[in-house]
Structure formats: structure tokens, C-alpha cells
Ligand binder design. Sequence first.
Ligand code: NAD
Length: 550
Amino acid sequence: MRDDFQVASGNDLRCKGWRQEGLLRLLENVLAVGEDPDNLIVYAALGRAARDWPSHDAIVRALKTMGEDQTLLVQSGKPIGIVRTHREAPIVIMANCNIVGQWAKAETFYALQDKGLICWGGLTAGDWQYIGSQGVIQGTYEIFMRIAERHFGGDLKGRFVLTAGLGGMGGAQPLAGRMAGAATLVVDVDPERITKRLDIGYLERRAANLDEALAMIAEAVAARRPLSVGLSGNAAEIYPDILARGIVPDVVTDQTSAHDLVYGYVPATRTLAEARAMRTSDPKALMAESRASIVRHVEAMLGFQAKGAIVFDNGNLIRTQAKEGGVGRAFDIPIFTEAFLRPLFARAIGPFRWIALSNDSADIARIDDLLLEMFPDNRIVTNWIRLAREHVPFEGLPARIAWLGHGERTALALAVNRLVASGELAGPIAFTRDHLDAGAMAHPNIMTENMKDGSDAIADWPLIDAMMLCSSKADLVAIHSGGGGYAGYMTSAGVTLIADGTPEAEERLDLSLTNDTSLGVMRYADAGYDEAIDEVARKGIGHIALGGGR
Ligand code: NAD
């Protein structure tokens, strides 16, 4: 057990350069803000920062001693060696949880994990990019706003949003709901998760029982007042109960860790403590009970949909689990990417992030100002920065997310690198993005479901992305597989860059960020999306006439 999850501050280096020091601080940061750092778990039930503590300590030692002309190799959270490369090569390259196709099953993953041979890196845990619940908050907010624009006249004031899950990612939901104006009820089986989100200001109230929760929501809806309420309970019981009462929320989704039937989702047949004990004593029975509960959970979601609620899957594989449990209509529930965000991804607009490595929040405020100066006509960005400044508390190292697209990311990062060079910022800034990004992910049940050309399951794109990022001088490049279900569901690529104010950093940022979003646009243009074809033509992306996607 360790109890000192601190992140270094200021400008004193423990490594031979800022590239290594920046990555070390990001590793420290994912543990400082993670859900269960004693067990190296950052979020999403089992998403780990390193395979085990000896691996973690060896990574730290490596980052502290290696030169810029060396590259650290990490295999599923374990450092396997440092090789001599050159000063323009990545400092770290890693591959997490990649299992050969025929063997890529949840059971194989658990068996390999038990043998200490593999771990799941989530998307942003294993490659040290997680920035707390803020990382997903703008995405959730943008989904709510697309629903508001399409169905409710522009905002969610006076609307009831029902969801579940207050974990590392799900914890963003109540705050995103409040920003969109909604009265949001979030169910979580673990009362401690409710306490954590109340403590960090992402959640406003806790209800003692369902009656009290519904009364709070009804009052807020009537007054058209934004409100977020946490309720301790099992969603597989609470959702059917609300449905049976004849109450129909306006919007229904879910962000329990339904992707994991053993370490994530808790079945309604068990208390939290019982479920935890069964993880080792009888995982098979636990899986079966979890799936049976998910069936009830999703049937209730379909019941709400039949009564007119806007229902969507928020990326936790709950439909996939329900379908395997026999719910033939599970996929009547749309996935959020296809339903609401694909036109943005087709222009490579996605979750871009930056982190103040010296731990000075004034740096983030200065970059907020810079964004508003540079992109005054970008309504998504200006609206978001205004809201984020008012509502989003920092967790760990001060950080910001903003959905920026091709050209915008590069322009911002280069401007920030100049501010670092001139001393206007307190220290270097790390740039990264979610793996859920245009060129970076193949996930046929989340990111690439129902692609226009049927290319949902083709994983070539993230692999090309990662190789291209290595060739573009990025500081850290990662290839992850697994995703919900841990094996066989997705492949994705991650990248991190350290803007330390040097001309070399300028080159790395320019090449990596420009090429990363270029590939994203090319991927959607190739699949035939008009927004991407237009972007290719307007911005001359890729320098090859792709022939309108075909
Ligand atoms: P987490 O493990 O940190 O939290 C999950 C929460 O669900 C926990 O608080 C747990 O107590 C609760 N829970 C489990 N079973 C429950 C039940 N039956 N009823 C009520 N609460 C229950 O996971 P997370 O990081 O918050 O991620 C949640 C899910 O979202 C995961 O499946 C993850 O893969 C997915 N995800 C989606 C996106 C996206 O882009 N939309 C991003 C990240 C994660």
C-alpha cells in the first residue's frame, strides 16, 4: 500500500530533460487523480497505469536516468528495456493489452492478467494521459447539447436526465448535465463514489432514497433549475422501478462499468461487498449474474425509449452485454458517436487536452485566454471555455480539454510553446488527446459503429496512426487494444507531446499534431463522409487526391 500520491511541482528536474520529466509527472498525475491508486487503477474498473508496483518503480527509474537519445519500451504496463535511438525518436513507446484475434476473449484476458503477463491500460490510464473526470466532460456536455438542440429547443432546462455510474469517467455526467441546464439523477451502487464526486464539486446533492431523489428532480424540473442528484442503488433495480412508476425521463443513458462483468458491473443480486468477494471466489457465477442484471437494466432503457425518452449508449458496451444476454433489440439504442458526434470527428474535431506540468493553474487560465483570442468565431470552443472556467474544478495537475480540429490543435500548441519559451508560462505544457479521436480508434461498438463504408472493424487506422506519430517525433506513442470486454473489442493509438519551449518541441508539435488530425480527416474522407471530403479539399490534407473518398 502507498499513500503519498504526489505530483512534482515547479521547474526542478529529476530527469535529464523536460521530455522525460514531463512524462514522469503525467504518470504521477494519473495515480494522484485515479480511482484506486493503491492498486494502480486509474479508471474504468481495471484501467492501470502500470502492470504492478515493481514495473511502476522500474518505469520511474528509467525515466529518471535515460537520455534523450534513448527510448523506453513498455509492454502492457511493464518496462522491458531501454534502447538506443536518437534525439528525434519518442522517449517512450508502448503496447497495452494487444491479444491476437482468435484468442481475444475476456476469459483469456483475465487468465493472462492473473498470470501477471498483461494489464489493461484503458485508453488514457496505461499511457499516463488521464486528467480526471474533466477528460470526458466536454464530450458528455456536447452530447447533451446536440440532444438539446435536436429535441428540446437548445438547452436541457426543465428536462430530467437519468443515468448511472459516478466512476472515473461517469463522474463527469452530473456536471455536464448541470452545464446543459438539466436536472440529472445519477445512480451508483457505491456510496463512496457519490461522496467523492460531492467532495470535488462534480455533484451537488445526495438523496437518501428513490422517493426523495425523484422529488428533488421534479422540483428542479418544475423550476427549470439545473440540479444534480446522486442516489445510492443498483441501476438494474432503480431503472425498472422508475419505469414501473410511469415516470419517463427526457434523456436516459448509463455509464456503469458494464464492459467488465467481473471487476466492474455489480449485479442487483449482490451487495457491493459480496460482488467484490466473488471476483476471486467465483468469477464465472459473478459474470452470469452481472449479465442477467444488465439484461434488466437495458430492458428498462428500451422501455423508456418506447415511451419517448431519448436513450443512448455512452460507450460502456452495455448493449453488447445485453445482446449476448438475449436482448435482441439492444441495438435499437444508438451509440453516442454515430448519433451525435460523428460530424465533428469527420473534421477531426475531438478531445484535445493540455496539462500544466509545473502545477500552476495560472498557465491554464492564460491558455484559456489565448484560445478565446485565437478562435473567437469557434462557437463550440468559446462556449466551452466560458463554462469550463466557471464550473470545472481542477483535479491533480491543472489541465484543460477542448474539442479542437485539424489546424487548430497545431496552431494552439505552437503558440503555447512560444509562451513557454518567452517565460510567460510558469513551465512546460503537455499536449495529448483521448484515444477516442478521428484517426486513432477502431471500435465497432463505439467509435466506428455503422461507418458509411462498412469499415467498422478495420484496425489499420490506429496502427498507421501510431507508426506515423513515431515518424513525426512524438514524445510518447501507445497502441492499446481490449477496450470494453478487455479483449477483441477495439484498437486505438495514443500520443503525448511536451511543449518545453524549444525549437525541437516546435517541430515535434507541428509534425505530430498536424499529421494526427490529417489522418483523422483522411480516415473519414476514405469512408465517404462529406464533412471530411470537404475538409480534405479546403485544407489540402494529405496532398493526395483521395477521389472524394472512393
Ligand atoms: P469506473 O469503474 O471508474 O466506474 C463505474 C461506476 O459504476 C462505479 O462507480 C460503480 O460503483 C458503478 N456501478 C457498477 N455497477 C453498477 C450498477 N449495477 N448500478 C449502479 N452503479 C454501478 O468506470 P468509468 O471510468 O467511470 O467508466 C464507465 C464506463 O464508461 C466504462 O465502461 C468505460 O469503458 C466507459 N467509458 C466511456 C467513455 C466514452 O467515451 N463515452 C470514456 C471512458 C469510459
